[in-house]
Design a protein around this ligand. Sequence first.
Ligand code: APR
Ligand code: ZN
Length: 292
Amino acid sequence: MLDPDLINDLRNVRDVLVFTGAGISAESGIPTFRDRMTGLWVHTDPMEIATPMAFRRNPQRVWDWHVHLADAVRVALPNAGHLAIAKLEQRGVKVTVITQNIDNLHQRAGSRNVVELHGNLLRLKPFIDEDAAFAVKQPPVICPLCGGHAAWDTCDPCANHADLAAIQLCSGPVPHCPCCGSLLRPDIVWFGEMLAPEAIETAWNAVESCELLISVGASLEVEPAASLPWCALDKGAWVIEVNPSPTELARYCHASIAASAADVLPGLLDQVAIGSMLDDPLNTFKKWFIAK
Ligand code: APR
Ligand code: ZN
């Protein structure tokens, strides 16, 4: 599959960045966003479902759409692609997973160094209406439970964290924070929203330090995430793309494998960092033993 010289170079890398998009979870039964027949955005206009404005306009419709996706996420299992990435980390190689996915499958596969650029669907947070907040002259009261914006006299001091933690993304009316009454929403990045500064900073640092970036199942259509593989290429890292429909990156990266994540990653990642294990077998064994 790969050029023998490239395989030889991959044997000695020690710092691997795996950048993933919805495609890596396709074989776990979670639809991607832009695949021609099955993509979520093929059947739904994201501007109607995945923006703060859409939630403000019709919270119940947005909530129900995300409940449907959460139901698919809950029954999904990590596939061979997720598991191969976790196994590479358990072999003692420094692996950073920068994922655009919100399905928690990397963590469920055993990966521990995961940056969720676009949040996590099964986590909730308060809906903060930025326009309304801007219109109000006095600074908001910050809810001690959810961090949302509370009106001056509505915080319920009897509500506790267990009450909030018990609320799940499941069918029914859109829930409110038991303390301040804020509407709750999925803790994911909608269109037009900023990524968490610490997530994007960690991602850029990982690009800076990595020797190898593998882009898996990403269409590279949404910024700033889409720039990460290009920046790794610019700074001289090895870059490999795994995607049955190669993107523009395929023309410039060191290898483009037009196949599925579950088919490719186990064999590909077995070739990575073998050299570093042979160089220092005792240290590798120790790390492997501790990881177990
Ligand atoms: N293995 C690998 N890649 C696959 C597989 C598979 N089994 N099946 C599909 N793909 C590829 C598709 O060819 C496509 O290029 O995965 C990619 C999925 O692209 P998108 O659906 O655009 O998903 P993604 O790149 O993650 O979208 C980025 O856009 O809507 C926002 O926030 C959303 O995080 C998402 C972001
Ligand atoms: Zn609250």
